[in-house]
Design a protein. Structure first.
Length: 203
């Protein structure tokens, strides 16, 4: 049985986790990414679904629902889920070395964006108040995060860049795989028509 709409399901799960954070405030301290993550490795996963506020949540679930659905439509639900979870976890493994604590799906979302940049570079998206090709938007987002590393803020720029880098690699792998496994176009010829033609003109 194939499951579809994983991107929307993950967005909904983020909302459920945020509600839990509001109802039970101690939940955040148990699932966010911090120095305890090395002895409590589940945090590398759970931190993906925790968010620091309503604005943070809305921004992320909008991006996840939009770009996640685009990627899922292009490569399938299983491959999309693999990219989301692997890029999110790897981004967190890298981020924990630079930030005292962090949370959010941004690393995984940037992984999804990175994969789309490779697989659908000409896809027109609305970014920075303008319509532009996906690869241009990706460059601008990456440039913004590179600059952000040197500007103190609450944004996990390194996690974003790590997620996008892994996403680009996934995109390259899937793009190459699709190219190599694409079968040449074959004409279908009905055998009954051939035999009928032989009987009619060659007998």
């Amino acid at each position: 049985m194939k499951i579809k709409g994983i991107a929307l399901l993950l967005s909904g799960f983020c909302i459920l986790v945020f509600i839990m954070q509001l109802v039970f405030p101690s939940t955040t301290g148990l699932i966010l990414l911090d120095q305890n993550s090395f002895s409590q490795p589940w945090r590398f996963l759970t931190a993906i679904f925790a968010h620091g506020g309503a604005g943070h949540l809305l921004y992320n679930i909008f991006a996840l629902a939009l770009f996640g659905s685009i990627l899922e439509y292009n490569i399938g639900s299983r491959k999309f889920a693999l990219i989301f979870f692997v890029t999110g976890i790897v981004a967190n493994i890298i981020a924990v070395n630079f930030y005292p604590s962090s949370l959010g799906a941004s690393g995984a979302i940037f992984g999804v964006i990175g994969a789309i940049v490779v697989l659908r570079p000409s896809l027109v998206v609305w970014a920075f108040g303008l319509p532009m090709p996906m690869f241009v938007a990706g460059i601008l987002w990456a440039a913004g995060d590179i600059i952000g590393i040197f500007v103190p803020s609450n944004v996990g720029n390194i996690a974003h860049l790590a997620g996008m880098a892994i996403g680009l690699l996934f995109g390259a792998v899937y793009r190459n795989w699709r190219y190599q496994t694409r079968s040449p176009t074959r004409a279908y010829i009905n055998e009954n028509h051939i035999r009928d033609w032989e009987n009619r003109y060659l007998s």
